[in-house]
Design a protein around this ligand. Structure first.
Ligand SMILES: *[C@@H]1O[C@H](CO)[C@@H](O)[C@H](O)[C@H]1NC(C)=O
Ligand SMILES: *[C@@H]1O[C@H](CO)[C@@H](O)[C@H](O)[C@H]1NC(C)=O
Ligand SMILES: *[C@@H]1O[C@H](CO)[C@@H](O)[C@H](O)[C@H]1NC(C)=O
Ligand SMILES: CC(=O)N[C@H]1CO[C@H](CO)[C@@H](O)[C@@H]1O
Length: 379
């Protein structure tokens, strides 16, 4: 049951593609700065402030300073420490990399033809989740001729001894599995958008040739075989076209209740509505769309809710996210009581389900691939 329909604003898409191509062409492989020369007007893509970015050695940039003026925002002193902190550092877009993967996608002369790059947000402490994810749905492999690769994206967490230990575990995993990207910023719920943007910046430098991305959390069950088959079934699997699909959320609003995890005060987002977006547990996008979001994001102030922010960037590019019925991010979306999310026959027909413990992930992946699995054909 794979539905596929979308509306693309061809004009805007073509314009951005041209811009993106120019950005790519102007790349230099040494350590000089990238200068974007975008065809047409600068205001459409809206680079604010920094036009120049150091290409390979982001660590040479001075550390981003706290913006003390944030304290002058009306009502600032009534906001929580966390939100105040967010406002102080909202403008910071670059952080030094602690762990990089320069050859993850092949060398710049010989890029690998990666069909699906799995990008998983993971906090340093989630070691067990990463271990199971590696052995199951994010295993690097060929499926039906399509190359699948994996990266985890992470910041730092804790202080003192704990922070050292967290960095050490990621460094060990990096050495053993070649799948960790880490930046030197403090992990927090409010820094997830920053993490996402740092990844897009990395992708633009290192992995522009990957065709599709699965962007998700480390506690989901992603049926990556089905994803590859779905993506292969699209007409445009070889060229770059807009794609952004997942659990579509429309007509939603910022939570104004201060005790919610998702609380966003007017000082952070003035508008009382959010654009359509796909739930952040997991969505699929094309590298074309990732690049467009990356470019657009430079002129859109960061919103701490990362999935909504992706929706804001899409809206600014006049691209629409779409809904895929196989992406289940809330239990109540599971159709009937009989359908259990751990039932391999149910999972067999889905793309992604939230949420799974490492044990359930491991057991279910094996059940799903058992040659003895028999499902009544009801589809
Ligand atoms: C985000 O990370 C930066 C850099 O480590 C830190 O200064 C800031 O406090 C973090 N923001 C939040 C909201 O945790
Ligand atoms: C990160 O957080 C720790 C404490 O949680 C703090 O000491 C440190 O200054 C923060 N780093 C930045 C860059 O804000
Ligand atoms: C792309 O789609 C075509 C059919 O349109 C299919 O034959 C081909 O195998 C797909 N390519 C990849 C790499 O999946
Ligand atoms: C059918 C088709 O156009 N295949 C091309 C897809 O892209 C790879 C490289 O990215 C080419 O090698 C194929 O010929």
């Amino acid at each position: 049951m794979i539905r596929f329909s979308r509306v693309i604003n061809i004009g805007a898409a073509t314009f951005l593609l041209l811009g993106a191509l120019c950005a790519v062409l102007n790349y230099s492989s040494d350590n000089t700065e990238i200068k974007y020369s975008l065809v047409g007007s600068q205001e459409d893509v809206g680079f604010e402030g920094e036009n120049d970015r150091s290409s390979h050695d982001v660590s040479s940039l001075p550390r981003c300073q706290q913006n003390m003026n944030a304290a002058n925002i009306l009502g600032f002193s009534f906001l929580s420490r966390e939100i105040q902190d967010f406002l102080y550092y909202r403008h910071c877009r670059h952080f030094p990399m602690i762990l990089d993967l320069p050859d993850k996608c092949g060398s710049s002369d010989e890029p690998e033809d990666i069909f699906l790059l799995i990008v998983i947000k993971s906090s340093p402490k989630n070691y067990e989740r990463r271990e199971v994810v590696r052995k199951t749905w994010a295993k690097e492999r060929l499926h039906r001729g399509a190359l699948i690769r994996r990266v985890f994206i992470s910041g730092t967490s804790g202080t003192g001894f704990e922070r050292e230990r967290n960095n050490k575990i990621l460094a060990l995993e990096h050495r053993e599995h070649n799948d960790i990207l880490q930046w030197d910023f403090n992990e927090s719920f409010f820094n997830l958008t920053l993490k996402q943007m740092l990844f897009l910046e990395w992708m633009e430098r290192r992995c522009l040739h990957a065709r599709f991305l699965l962007n998700g959390d480390d506690d989901v069950f992603a049926h990556t075989d089905n994803m590859v088959e779905y993506l292969q079934s699209l007409r445009h699997n070889n060229t770059s076209k807009h794609l952004f699909t997942g659990h579509l959320i429309t007509d939603s609003n910022p939570v104004r209740w201060p005790r919610s995890k998702y609380f966003v005060p007017v000082q952070v987002h003035e508008s009382d509505s959010y654009p359509p977006y796909c739930g952040g547990a997991g969505y699929l996008l094309s590298s074309y769309t990732a690049l467009v979001i990356h470019i657009k994001s430079m002129s859109i102030p960061i919103l701490p809710i990362d999935d909504v922010y992706m929706g804001m960037c899409l809206e600014a590019a006049q691209l629409v996210p779409e809904s895929h019925p196989g992406v289940i991010t809330f239990d109540h979306m599971i159709p009937s009581k009989q359908e259990d999310k751990f039932d391999p026959c149910y999972l067999k027909q889905q793309l992604l389900i939230h949420k799974f413990s490492p044990i359930d992930m491991y057991v279910t992946w094996h059940k799903l691939h058992s040659p003895r699995l028999q499902c009544n054909v009801t589809v």
